[in-house]
Design a protein around this ligand. Structure first.
Ligand SMILES: Cc1cc2nc3c(=O)[nH]c(=O)nc-3n(C[C@H](O)[C@H](O)[C@H](O)COP(=O)(O)OP(=O)(O)OC[C@H]3O[C@@H](n4cnc5c(N)ncnc54)[C@H](O)[C@@H]3O)c2cc1C
Length: 463
């Protein structure tokens, strides 16, 4: 059979690929969407959705053990990992199946399950699940193949059956002692979750503090919060070797200064970053360029060096979030079909880490403002001064905003606290609408919301 021609081919049904395929088809383009695994990609299947269902279970366990202060004593509770996993699986299936049905019902759209490989500049071969191969071509090709856990080269690591952020989601049992390599967003979310499920948790971080991209006071407060839950955080520490021991134990050699030390655990989670998923694509056949980390190089409109071939989401590097991948789709679609002139430059990059309390962030932090030599001021309000937080019984964290001294505009905000992501988003909206901190200072917010504390946050700033 000859090669099949489409108007558009999308590789990967991730957070950009699915919606893009649907909209292109609805715009009348004959569209092919190729997916090697499941519709929804990382976010739905082994990223945001499953982890946030577990965060909810972990929060319930935490409250069961910590509600005594609110006058409600719960005498003994138990955590059922099979039930927590089952609830997660059901929600993942609900999201995945819903998206798949939506794609299958779209006119002009073919959803094909199989792995895509380039065999020519704009020719793609797909290895179908039945082992057969088919070839396709299109003038417009969109790569949305995402990223996968990065596995560092450490002596013995490959012999210990380590966990990744993907395989840990299949656990039916609570690890006795979970050791996590990496004190960043993914590692810390899992660390706190499993501590709350009942595991002993140790986090190894090779830099001098956890979440090293955040301001120092944020790392410090978060360290305190996690240490209060008996999570053992060891910074400036690198794992240099792993060995399987009897009784399901793993021995780890680590360096935290001069001497080599030993530690024992039962499970190891590797959470030291993610790497683009491009090997199977055989990009050399198309001439699409990648950078030194393997990320596909794109311009401000997400087009690669080969005209007509675009890369969206995590595979192009940069901030790896679902909302960024989704916005990539919107930019590409609106430029191509609605003839807009949108660019990825200057878009807001908000994010939220779903530890409890959450860490929400938007715009510049203090370290960046300092580096840029801006004229700025810092407004900071501890959660212990927020009425709602006191009433609710959770005063961990703080709200911090960076403002421009002259224009009074908000340049960025970090909210480590209950509903931190939602509070950050209010400040993001203010930034987008050009609302100054002086306006927020006297804005009428409903009492006693967390949002109301934004009055006090900016009240302390002298003009
Ligand atoms: C544990 C964890 C928690 C996370 N939590 C959050 C969060 O709370 N909030 C947030 O914003 N982000 C979170 N993320 C990040 C988020 O999941 C990703 O940024 C998001 O999924 C965007 O991915 P994407 O669209 O680039 O690709 P993906 O969603 O990864 O999709 C890529 C798709 O391409 C397919 N594919 C790959 N190669 C081929 C090929 N050759 N042929 C055919 N198909 C192929 C894959 O099977 C996959 O389905 C989390 C990630 C992890 C791992």
């Amino acid at each position: 059979m000859g090669m099949l021609k489409y108007d558009a081919i999308i590789i990967g049904a991730g957070q950009a690929g699915g919606p893009l395929a649907k909209k292109m088809a609805q715009a009348g383009k004959k569209t092919l969407l190729i997916e090697k695994r499941w519709v929804g990609g990382t976010c739905v299947n082994d990223g945001c959705t499953p982890t946030k269902t577990w965060v909810a279970s972990a929060r319930a366990a935490y409250m069961a053990g910590h509600s005594g202060g609110l006058g409600v004593k719960i005498k003994g509770y138990s955590v059922s990992m099979p039930k927590i996993k089952k609830r997660k699986d059901e929600i993942v299936h609900q999201f995945r199946d819903g998206s798949q049905k939506g794609l299958e019902a779209t006119k002009n759209l073919t959803l094909l399950f199989g792995e895509a490989t380039f065999t020519g500049k704009k020719i793609i071969a797909v290895k179908l699940k039945n082992g057969k191969k088919k070839e396709f071509t299109a003038d417009l090709i969109f790569i949305n193949t995402g990223a996968k856990p990065y596995i560092p080269d450490i002596d013995g690591l490959n012999n210990i059956n380590y966990l990744t952020s993907t395989s840990i989601l299949d656990l039916e049992q609570i690890p006795k002692h979970l050791l996590i390599l990496g004190g960043n967003y993914i590692g810390l979310e899992f660390g706190q979750m499993f501590r709350r499920f009942g595991s002993r948790v140790t986090v190894l971080e090779k830099t001098e503090r956890i979440v090293p991209r955040e301001d120092e006071d944020v790392s410090e407060e978060l360290t305190k919060i996690l240490a209060d839950e008996d999570i053992n955080i060891r910074t400036n520490t690198v794992a240099v070797g792993f060995k399987k021991k009897s009784g399901g134990k793993i021995s780890i050699s680590l360096l935290d200064g001069e001497d080599e030390k030993k530690l024992r655990c039962t499970h190891v989670l590797v959470a030291v970053g993610r790497t683009p998923q491009t090997e199977a694509l055989n990009l050399a056949k198309t001439g699409v360029e990648t950078d030194e980390r393997g990320n596909i190089k794109v311009n401000d409109k997400l087009e690669t060096n080969i005209p007509g071939i675009y890369a969206l989401g995590d595979v192009k590097g940069g901030p790896a979030f679902t909302h960024i991948s989704y916005n990539d789709y919107a930019i590409v679609y609106r430029n191509l079909i609605e003839k807009k002139n949108l660019s990825i430059k200057d878009r807001p990059i908000p994010y939220c880490m779903f530890t409890d309390p959450q860490l929400g962030h938007i715009g510049l932090n203090e370290t960046e403002a300092k580096k840029l030599k801006l004229k700025y001021k810092v407004a900071k309000l501890p959660m212990a001064h927020v009425a709602r937080a006191i009433e609710t019984g959770d005063t961990r964290g703080f709200i911090k905003a960076i403002v421009d001294t002259d224009t009074k505009q908000i340049l960025g905000a970090t909210v480590l606290g209950p509903e931190g992501g939602e509070i950050m988003t209010i400040l993001q909206m203010a930034m987008m609408g050009g609302i100054t901190y002086e306006q927020i200072r006297y804005c009428v917010f409903a009492h006693p919301l967390y949002a109301e504390s934004l009055n006090n946050l900016f009240m302390a700033l002298t003009d």
